[in-house]
Design a binder for this molecule. Structure first.
Ligand code: SF4
Length: 237
């Protein structure tokens, strides 16, 4: 049986205390460890990788990505290539017709919207020092890019405090009472960012994700094995 959580209206919702968030964070860190992943400084690589990750597993995503880089080594080359060449390269990642169009649309929009004086319209390194709202807005204005993808780009490229909320993170955080049941994607992202302790965005994202994949499954959460069961309002025991 899934651990169903009834929807709560905004007016009745109370954000969890810092102490509670810290306890959950500490328990997860004790169980899963603290992930070490240095920001790689390549936002456009991360953006394309995130597009390729849709509806597939990590292995096929990586194969598609490496084949694309091999066939077309620069992002300008990917942008200007015949669509079929991009599609062929990323085929192992699935829904390649959709993804190839989206990748080229993103690269073209970045090129078209860059200031005329920009030396390289595909250079997104300005995001490293820009206000997070500005970078997020620029990313979310791109075709098919929403908050989760923008957060992946900012967090994994530059270690910026933005937390990607995918299906696992959203489900686990809701069951634990960190997110309002019934919250949409925008609210989930805003709230997770608001409650995440400073400097803990990567750790919180990765450990909530791990917990969702390994223990707090969508249909049959393994509450008997869960380190958070004592404090979880959705536990099934
Ligand atoms: S007790 Fe753990 S596994 Fe069960 S619903 Fe809560 S967080 Fe998920």
């Amino acid at each position: 049986m899934p651990a169903a959580v009834a929807t709560v209206s905004r007016s009745r919702w109370k954000r969890p205390s810092r102490a509670r968030v810290e306890r959950i964070r500490a328990k997860l860190a004790e169980f899963y460890g603290v992930p070490l992943l240095a920001p790689h400084g390549r936002p456009l690589d991360e953006l394309v990788l995130t597009v390729l990750s849709q509806s597939t597993n990590d292995r096929n995503r990586d194969i598609a990505y490496l084949r694309l880089r091999d066939a077309l080594p620069t992002w300008a080359a990917v942008r200007d290539a015949p669509l079929i060449q991009v599609e062929e390269a990323i085929r192992p990642g699935g829904i390649s017709k959709v993804k190839s169009k989206r990748i080229q649309a993103i690269l073209r929009q970045l090129t078209d919207s860059a200031p005329a004086a920009a030396a390289d319209p595909l250079d997104l390194s300005w995001m490293a020092a820009a206000p997070i709202e500005e970078s997020r807005a620029a990313l979310c204005a791109l075709p098919g890019v929403a908050r989760k993808t923008a957060a992946c780009v900012l967090l994994f490229s530059y270690g910026i405090q933005d937390v990607p909320v995918d299906t696992h993170v959203g489900r686990v955080a809701t069951r634990l009472g960190l997110l309002r049941p019934g919250a949409g994607a925008e609210e989930q992202h805003d709230e997770v960012c608001a409650i995440t302790p400073p400097g803990a965005a990567l750790e919180f994202h990765v450990n909530l994700l791990r917990h969702g994949r390994r223990i707090c499954h969508s249909q049959r959460p393994d509450c008997g094995q869960c380190v958070l069961r004592r404090s979880c309002p959705a536990r099934q025991l």
